[in-house]
Unconditional design. Structure first.
Length: 374
């Protein structure tokens, strides 16, 4: 049995939906001081399940590029139009990222110029153009070139003002580049001197997108049956994980630096996850559990953007509880969650409540066939 190449990939929508729902959960604990380890990011080196989420999304971006453009790519006369569409969408994502970064004050002197949506925009633009104008072999070569080039740059290029290359948060080459090009006032406010979505990290992030393109191209092949496709993807995923672990012994797996080992490790897990979902939903047609995740998946960027705006707003809206000043988030958390659970479970319950809140809205949109494409 082989899935028709022009059929919508249900597993991709489910995978995207699971990923975005997980993003909302990880980004919205009730209390940042009480978080279960699997949904807390690594402090620096290492990779928790929470650290898989963002690369999974970029991997999905790559797969989606193939499914959106493959049929039109074959006609070279359409390349210019496709490229214009890629750049237009990237600009919209970049604009949304800056819109969120500045909310609600929009102080141009201090607005953060980088961020999650900004990185998605840059990766989408780079990978979209690469996919349009190159073939599979070139894409594979570029994947490895990006990983090796990043390894050499960040490990061997001296850091101006600090000396030899290093992988420390404040003194690595990427942090220096962000401070020099963007300025400290425009970096991540939590650190002020380095940024987890900085400029140099865009290079290996694009490799994550290319990983998705390569897997999407494999899934679209019509000369292999689904058993072979899935088995091959499991094998590739396992080898990528192993390669990431081995490379990580001297180039540590690190989300903030988006190290080459991190690309391989997380890309391997993403490949296995997609292969499993593909087998379950598209091949074996087990679909009863998929609707909530599809509802999240088809409006992924929209729900991510507005969930982030809502979270920031709740932290800024003043409220009073037992005569003490707090925020709307603090009021809701202390009133409806903290009294009924242990601290760590109350924190988790708050995040889950937000996931379910947005699911309710998305289910209404899904049933009315409201899909907002960004």
């Amino acid at each position: 049995m082989t899935i028709q190449s022009n059929k919508r990939l249900l597993s991709l929508d489910v995978f995207r939906g699971i990923t975005v729902a997980a993003m909302i959960l990880v980004n919205n604990p009730g209390d940042w001081g009480h978080i279960y380890a699997p949904i807390e990011h690594s402090e620096w080196n290492g990779c928790t399940p929470a650290d898989l989420i963002f690369p999974f999304f970029l991997f999905i971006v790559g797969v989606s590029i193939v499914y959106a453009m493959e049929s039109k790519k074959a006609d070279t006369a359409l390349h210019k139009k496709l490229a214009q569409g890629v750049l237009r969408r990237a600009f919209i994502l970049l604009f949304l990222g800056l819109l969120f970064s500045g909310f609600p004050y929009y102080d141009l002197h201090t607005i953060r110029l980088t961020g999650v949506l900004q990185r998605i925009a840059l990766v989408f633009a780079a990978c979209g153009l690469i996919y349009i104008y190159t073939g599979r072999k070139t894409q594979l070569w570029l994947f490895f070139i990006f990983l090796i080039a990043y390894y050499l740059i960040i490990n061997f290029v001296p850091v101006p003002g600090f000396g030899p290359a290093n992988l420390e948060a404040k003194t690595n080459l990427g942090a220096w580049l962000d401070r020099t090009v963007l300025g400290e006032a425009h970096l991540w406010k939590e650190s002020k001197v380095w940024d987890p979505e900085g400029l140099l990290g865009t290079l290996p992030s694009a490799a994550t997108g290319l990983f998705g393109i390569l897997m999407g191209t494999w899934l679209k092949r019509t000369d292999r049956n689904d058993t072979v496709k899935v088995a091959w993807m499991f094998g590739v995923g396992a080898l990528a994980i192993l390669a990431g672990v081995v490379w990580g012994r001297f180039f540590p797996i690190n989300k903030s630096l988006w190290t080459s080992s991190y690309v391989l490790y997380t890309g391997g897990w993403a490949t296995i996850a997609l292969a499993l979902l593909y087998w379950i939903t598209d091949v074996r047609s087990y679909k009863k559990f998929t609707t909530p995740f599809v509802a999240y998946g088809v409006n992924a960027i929209v729900v991510y953007f507005f969930s982030q705006l809502m979270a920031r707003s709740m932290n800024m809206i003043p409220a009073t509880l037992n005569g003490k000043s707090t925020s709307l988030k603090g009021y809701l958390y202390e009133s409806f969650f903290a009294p009924y659970f242990s601290p760590i479970n109350a924190s988790l319950a708050f995040g889950l409540a937000l996931v379910l809140f947005w699911l309710g809205i998305l289910m209404i949109m899904y049933k009315k066939n409201i899909i907002i494409k960004v």
